[in-house]
Design a protein around this ligand. Structure first.
Ligand code: MSP
Length: 638
């Protein structure tokens, strides 16, 4: 086995999220780094997975009337399938509900508890259920959760705490003394800023009575582990026990790659947890930026979530992989637009790279019947091309250390452009006209093909399938992994005599007309979604009012209907409601409900209904909409 090891991770994705380009972005970036290192001869471990515990999963499973385990067993597949589609070369896929993960989480908890790194204490705080987080009084904004702005609840309970605070000084020193530890530099300063305030201990448990879906604490079964404490351990649980991890050679990880929103949990919680466990922090935590879509935050309610599956079907996997890493510097925020994607596809991929391959392979066929010729003496232009290739390779290696993917691609495109210029300057079509020129033509065509081979190797981590096709057209039978980066260190690895194949478009252009059609379709789709929304004026047309139920009786021969008499302040209404399976008529009398008062009357089972009562169905039961306390009858509801 090789001595050189490389370990890279993505965050583990919340299993109940629908995968979008934000998730695809981190995973593609990690995949590119992993593939590069494999080409460099490293023994690479590349990990991704899903985060499967916590309140939201429990709630969603409850709503669907399945167990949380059944729910996550189904949902995690969406991520697995997407990674196959996007050609992600992960070594393993960790799920936090797997036994192999839970075992290590419990070992670590017990170990830290035995060492008094974890203690029990009473705790009073403001709890936000959607965010699954406690806040202190001073954190609250107008009494609400500072993150999601929703209502919080005051909770007092006993909990377990990790002595995180005592590692504050060590952590500040670590961050200051190791500039590679947190990247990019702007993010490092953010973490240092956070650490200027006293670092508190971390609450790592939740009472089972409130949240059963989690890993039980080994020393107190009335509690489960806080999701973040559980989830972060995935990066090491994949390697087995603590001894296995040390022996694996894969810790510390070379990069824990994360989005900017989860940098604190990694830089602060994760690093101090590792310190307490007796392991090194990762060599690097890299926080990338966020994607917006046409200038807006991606969200389900805005209907602007960009779905990677659809995008890949429409434009091709490699185009997406290229675009996401080329368009914005890794670390900064970026804006996604289909127009920009089509622009890059047409110019960088189809015109520059695709065309270079196409004309080289076609000329090889025309002048040498497809067989790569033996090059002759080198002239200045040839040396210039070789030197450029060498410079690009060296720079790519350096830039990879800091995960500067977009600069790597810019650099590689310098070689694409120079090779195109080399062909234009040397003019094979003129050389082919004379005997002397034909000798020179051999060198020129050899160099063009060799440059393309170098490009195929360098671009393989970004666009694996397209580069395999490029190699196939060049007639190189070794896979790119077999060729490796070693094969581009010295110019001239392409064997003369190699039989090139038929030229094929690597990246078909999207013509202006077709592009306009795609963009127009997207526009119509988003307009249609806007049209489906109602305006405030439309909403105001609905006369919602409170009403008091005076009488209630089951409708004969109907399983569902109850006939109600409701006092709505100005008059009494007869209304039919489909709630008989969930309510007994006698329990309804005296109850205040919300009704739609200006609905046209309709007949059900021959009885007129003069309005509608509002209720929700969770699939199990129907629940009448109501109020915390009695509002009185005939009140407008807005
Ligand atoms: N489960 C936690 C991570 C635990 S790691 C031990 C989590 N999951 S997540 O699914 O919400 O987010 C996963 C990653 O996706 C984060 O790195 C986040 O930054 C990234 N992105 C989510 N939306 C994004 C964009 N719009 N753009 C870029 N990345 C985004 O957090």
């Amino acid at each position: 086995m090789t001595e050189k090891k490389f370990y890279i991770t993505t965050p583990i994705y919340y299993v109940n999220d629908v995968p979008h380009i934000g998730h695809a972005y981190t995973t593609i970036a990690a995949d590119v780094a992993a593939r590069f290192k494999r080409l460099e001869g490293y023994d690479v471990f590349f990990l991704t997975g899903t985060d499967e515990h916590g309140q939201k999963v429990q709630q969603a499973a409850h709503d669907l009337k399945v167990t949380p385990q059944q729910h996550v067993d189904k949902l995690h597949q969406r991520f697995k399938e997407l990674w196959v589609k996007l050609n992600i070369s992960n070594s393993d896929f960790i799920r936090t509900t797997e036994e192999r993960h839970k075992v290590l989480v419990c070992d670590i908890l017990q170990n830290l508890y035995d060492k008094d790194e974890i203690y029990r204490d009473s705790y009073e705080g403001w709890y936000c259920t959607p965010c699954e987080r406690f806040w202190t009084e001073k954190d609250l904004q107008e009494g609400n959760c500072p993150e999601c702005k929703r209502k919080v609840e005051k909770i007092e309970e006993h909990n377990y705490f990790f002595r995180m605070g005592k590692y504050q000084e060590w952590l500040v020193e670590k961050i200051k003394s190791d500039p590679h530890f947190i990247l990019p530099a702007s993010r490092r300063n953010e973490v240092l800023g956070f650490l200027e305030k006293p670092l508190e201990d971390l609450c790592i448990s939740r009472p089972k009575s409130r949240l059963p879906w989690g890993i039980p604490l080994p020393f107190d079964k009335d509690y489960v582990t806080y999701v973040w404490f559980d989830a972060l351990i995935n990066y090491i649980s994949i390697h087995g026990s603590l001894d296995d991890i040390k022996a694996s050679g894969f810790w510390p990880a070379d990069h824990n790659m994360v989005g900017k929103d989860i940098l604190t949990t990694h830089a602060v919680y994760w690093s101090t947890m590792l310190k307490a466990i007796g392991l090194e922090p990762p060599k690097n935590i890299f926080a990338h930026g966020w994607w917006t879509v046409n200038g807006q935050k991606m969200s389900k309610s805005l209907h602007n979530v960009v779905e990677p599956n659809q995008l890949a079907d429409q434009f091709g996997v490699d185009v997406i992989r290229y675009f996401l890493l080329r368009e914005v510097p890794f670390g900064l925020d970026g804006d996604f637009s289909h127009k920009a994607l089509i622009g890059r596809l047409n110019s960088d991929l189809a015109n520059n790279l695709g065309n270079l391959l196409n004309r080289t392979v076609n000329m090889m066929k025309k002048y040498f019947d497809g067989a790569v010729p033996t090059p002759g003496n080198k002239e200045e232009e040839d040396i210039g091309l070789e030197n450029k290739a060498r410079e690009v390779i060296e720079e790519v290696r350096t830039l990879l250390e800091e995960l500067s993917f977009n600069k790597i691609l810019q650099k590689i495109w310098e070689l694409v452009d120079i090779t195109n210029q080399y062909i234009d300057k040397t003019g094979p079509w003129n050389l082919a006209k004379t005997d002397e020129g034909k000798e020179r033509l051999k060198t020129v065509m050899y160099n063009a093909a060799e440059s393309l081979r170098v490009l195929g190797v360098l671009l393989f981590p970004f666009m694996p399938k397209s580069c395999e096709s490029l190699m196939l057209q060049l007639g190189v039978s070794n896979t790119i992994e077999e060729q490796g980066m070693a094969s581009v260190e010295k110019w001239g690895n392409l064997s003369p005599g190699t039989q090139t194949q038929k030229a094929r478009q690597l990246f078909p252009r999207i013509e202006d007309k077709q592009a306009a059609k795609i963009l127009a379709e997207l526009e119509t789709k988003s307009k249609k979604e806007d049209e489906d929304k109602i305006s405030i004026d439309d909403f105001m047309k609905v006369d919602l009012r409170t009403g008091k139920i005076l009488e209630a009786e089951k409708v004969k021969k109907s399983k569902k209907l109850i006939q109600l008499k409701i006092d709505i302040g100005t008059e009494k209404r007869q209304i039919l409601a489909g709630i008989a399976e969930s309510y007994e008529p006698e329990d309804l009398i005296g109850r205040t409900v919300i009704i739609v008062a200006n609905l046209k009357p309709a007949k059900l089972m021959g009885i007129e209904s003069q309005g509608m009562v509002l209720a929700a169905s969770n699939g199990e039961k129907i629940l009448l909409a109501g109020f915390d306390s009695e509002p009185g009858k005939g009140i407008q509801v807005r």
